[in-house]
Ligand binder design. Sequence first.
Ligand code: ATP
Ligand code: MG
Length: 397
Amino acid sequence: MLKVALKLSENREVILIKEGELFLKGLNKKNFEAALIKNIKGKLKSLGEFKIVKAQSTIAIIPEEHFNLNLAIEKISSIFGIASFSIALAVEKNFEAILKASKEYLKDVLKNHKNFKVVAKRSDKNFEFSSMELCKRLGEFLLNEFKNLTVKLNEPEVVVYLEIRDSFAYLYYKKFQGAKGMPVGTAGEAILLLSGGIDSPVAAFMMAKRGLKLRAVHFESPPYTGQRALKKVEDLLLTLEKWTGKIPLHIVNITTLQQEIKKNCPENVLTIILRRCMLKITQSIAENLNQNFNCNIKAIVTGESLAQVASQTLGALGCIENAASMPILRPLIGMDKDEIVKIAKKIKTYEISILPFEDCCTVFTPKHPKTNPNLEHILKQEENLNLNFLLKEAIKN
Ligand code: ATP
Ligand code: MG
């Protein structure tokens, strides 16, 4: 555990972070916390100097001089693994000091409201008052100081929180929702099939939220797809980074592969065969990264959603996933398009995704795709291709 002996020369505003998914125990919890702290440090390091104090599922960020607190709030709201956070006043653990600080710190908010309540919690059991007593004493003190106030336990206008913890007492009333989920990296590593569409960036967001560290593969077919399509994918990744951390991108040229598929296979199974090839290439890339570049990729993520298009019927998905032995994660499988769009808008990828640049799949889309393909038939059609050679060439590119 990270314990810092800090002495405050004066009361100071800090950020108090509550970890998510508290049912985690033992070693898992330790790893979870270490990863979360690492992610927080990485995210905030450009904002100035700060210290981190951790105790009982709470992490306090203690800013040093010139630390940009407002920017920090924005950044913290997109770190997975955080249930909620607040701006709090860290005060010396002395009840008189707490009362004095509360009067000053809460003045602006309390004088402008009609009712309030106090929620107090004593984590440090050596402190002189129990949680109940703290509530009562601070409540009475504030009632006396602010004559405009009454106590309202049910939906008050202001909730004043007081927490007595290891290092300090914390006083706060500003509470923000966290991004929830698990810290990125704690669930392992996966590789994402990223097109320029609406779905796959949302799939990235959802899997990063469950703690996956991601890499992405994008397939292009120049000259059918151009530089602007590529720029779109790069912009998507930059936007996603806010939530997911850095996502390295692998770009694979599949022009020849697509041309060969089109020339040698029946039109109604083009997309299925192409998707199978995408999976095979992606898995090869993952295996190579695992063997030679110290990666530990254990799954492939796609933006597929059941029945969204012909290549995403149950039959089609079965034929496609048969091409890879790694597990395929499809976080959007049970979602409607409008639910996916809602998330895309929230994470700001939507505006980029709807830009009208060609994707390699739209260029070769069959007019009448098979909605209920048969795996044996597909495998037979693939025999018309020199797949080994074509896939190797694509990976080389
Ligand atoms: P999105 O491409 O984001 O899903 P979409 O509905 O246009 O929107 P589909 O064409 O249905 O996507 O493709 C299904 C999935 O296949 C994608 O979510 C993505 O994971 C993968 N995929 C499709 N095209 C590409 C590509 N060019 N590069 C990498 N992955 C792709
Ligand atoms: Mg889709």
